[in-house]
Design a protein around this ligand. Sequence first.
Ligand SMILES: *Cc1c(COP(=O)(O)O)cnc(C)c1O
Length: 352
Amino acid sequence: MSWPGVIKAYRPYLDVANVEPVTLQEGNTPLIPTPRLAHALGLPYCDLRIKYEGLNPTGSFKDRGMTAAITQALADGARSVICASTGNTAASAAAYAARAGLKCVVLIPQGKVAAGKLAGAIAYGAQVISIQGSFDDGLRLVREISMNSQIMLVNSINPYRLQGQKSAAFEICDELGNAPDWLCLPVGNAGNITAYWMGFTQYNAIGKAQNLPRLLGVQAAGAAPLVLGYPIEKPETIATAIRIGRPARGEEALIAAQDSKGRILSVTDDEILAAWKMLAEIEGIWVEPASAAGVAGLRKAATQNPHAYANKTIVCVLTGHGLKDPTTVMERAPVPLEIPAELDALQKAITG
Ligand SMILES: *Cc1c(COP(=O)(O)O)cnc(C)c1O
């Protein structure tokens, strides 16, 4: 039987309308063992795995939540949906709204959205509005407009988003036979870390996972309100998906990290880019920069406190695909060497 998408796969555990789901068969993403990366991070005896969420239908984990939010919106009689987005929520909302026959409006921060994400939202037929402000300004606006009109908000303050996103925790437990010791992931608006914790605790409570993981949430240093303890007015980072200064689910994320005996830390853009390069060059997994933050955070935390990570089962969530943000590569790439179409020239050109 083919994979039916996350709602049908986990229906008894998800609080979402009991109707035919709006799905693109999202979820069921691979949990890839990465021993070479473990070695490079100085964790040779760890069972380190990558949950490769970039393989979802629109290229990020947002599809897990969007199938639930759009299914519920349709069941509740909505005609149109709206979100503010750093890009991936926009692309995902646009795709699922298209499939459901709903109008979709997305607000993006001016000039700060990666090319592949904006292209997606446009291709799926959403109305894209660029605002002269940040993601946080956009979120404030869509909250206000959805309170005073029929248009349904599908940001992760919509509880159904988290219901769908819990499914990633279930998949990890089903595959490992238990929860991992650590789960490392980037934190932006903090919906995903909140959803993972809900999923793990739910699975634990019903006896489907013996243990609970410790959560390692990772923010970019220029957008680290949960580490610093106050909102950031002008967040800045190359990891545009987590360029958020006022996380809507910030309190819940802090509680989740604390209850799990984990932590939230920050990494610099250089540390993110180093992890991003390692993933691509050592394991063949190219992600968008934000996705590498979890790995960068693991590297930093394991350097500070090796005992907590040695010999452990560790899952890093890679949240979005590299094709979302080709610019980050191309801006740093050397111009390819150009040669005459001759064997001699080719032999000379190949290095190493
Ligand atoms: C949305 C997103 C995040 C951050 O998730 P939050 O739920 O906002 O914390 C991280 N990486 C990628 C690629 C994303 O699209």
